[in-house]
Ligand binder design. Structure first.
Ligand code: KG4
Ligand code: ZN
Length: 332
């Protein structure tokens, strides 16, 4: 079955073409309009999706060597995400499905992040534990099946990616600062400065305390000091976030007894996290799975992978389906 997948939950417009479980091609248009605003502006995101969606779909089809009329099913991101951005993708999917007379299926963006681990080899066997870390979410997920996932831990405030971005902003770096902290950290000493790790109950996370600590530190030291010690500060902030993430991951693995550990979401691109996880895996005897970078940040290939599983399982959407903005809505 030839499947077209669409992703429009935040600030990346994505389209992918699958032949059964096999990805043929994907195209992503990353929005640059938000750079001047220090964060994603929802209204601007919706408009940019509207402009980019048709050319992005056409590009993915061209790369796959397929025509629009070859499409036999459509998968799209139903939520969670920005309402206006989701509506653009969903309306496009509904119109196209109706026009082509093909089935459509709505996909949970967070589950799709986890399922990005199935786009390439090696694929984790179910059940496995996944740490999903993105700009909007930080979740510890037990994946029992493609659609059977349980969130066993999550952030109570900022997501890990948000913590990277906000700390970066306080250090005078442009948005999104996560990749820049990663870049500067490579030349720094992770033990140069001490930042706090929040003590949270169970498997939950909190990053708001770190944000405050970095703001106070930056104000106390002043911009000249930060500039001069940027690599050490970035390395120390990154090490704190990575340590926080891995501590709870290790606890989740111990509590669930799972030894197949996957990573997902945009922060999975972080070199400190990748190296930290691999080192920990050797100590603990875990098998680790990390998707290729292009499948970690928001992309349509992961939506296609989830769409393949959903359709295989017999799930179909309808023209009456509504987008859901938060993960909680997805459950009701
Ligand atoms: O999954 P994603 O593309 O979008 C969301 O669904 O949120 O994740 C984007 C987040 C941003 O916060 C970005 O700063 C962060 O992932 N990120 C990184 C790195 N690359 C992307 N954070 C730290 N180090 C990186 N190399
Ligand atoms: Zn995402």
């Amino acid at each position: 079955m030839l499947l077209l997948a669409l992703e429009t939950s935040c600030d990346d417009t994505g389209a992918a073409v699958f032949d059964g479980p096999r990805l043929l091609a994907q195209a992503t248009a990353s929005q640059t309009v938000h750079e001047d605003w220090g964060g994603v502006v929802p209204e601007l995101a919706s408009r940019a999706h509207q402009q980019a969606i048709l050319p992005t779909v056409q590009r993915a089809l061209r790369l796959a060597g397929k025509a629009l009329t070859d499409i036999e099913a459509i998968a799209y991101t139903q939520g969670p995400g920005l309402l206006g951005a989701l509506l653009v993708g969903q309306s496009f999917a509904k119109g196209l499905a109706l026009g082509l007379g093909v089935p459509l299926v709505g996909i949970d963006h967070m589950k799709a992040h986890v399922l990005a681990n199935f786009i390439d080899e090696p694929q984790p066997p179910f059940p496995f534990l996944c740490l999903t870390v993105s700009g909007g979410h930080t979740q510890l997920v037990v994946a029992r099946g493609p659609e059977a996932m349980e969130v066993i831990g999550q952030t109570r405030d900022d997501a890990a990616g948000e913590a990277f971005d906000k700390c970066a902003k306080m250090l005078g770096l442009p948005y999104p600062g996560g990749p820049l902290i990663d870049k500067h950290a490579a030349a720094g000493n992770p033990e140069a400065f001490a930042f706090p790790i929040a003590e949270m109950p169970g498997l939950d996370y909190s990053f708001s305390g770190l944000k405050t600590a970095v703001r106070n530190f930056a104000e106390r030291q002043g911009p000249a000091f930060i500039q001069q010690h940027l690599a050490d500060v970035c390395a120390s902030v990154q090490a704190t976030i990575v340590k926080t993430l891995l501590q709870k991951l290790a606890r989740a693995a111990a509590e669930t007894g799972l030894r197949h550990i996957a990573l997902a979401g945009g922060v999975a691109a972080n070199k400190g996290l990748r190296i930290g996880l691999k080192t920990l895996a050797v100590q603990k005897g875990w098998q680790v799975y990390i998707p290729e970078l292009a499948y970690c940040t928001d992309n349509a290939a992961m939506i296609g992978m989830a769409g393949y599983f959903a359709l295989q399982g017999g799930r179909r959407g309808t023209l009456a389906d509504k987008p859901f903005v938060s993960g909680e809505e997805a459950l009701v």
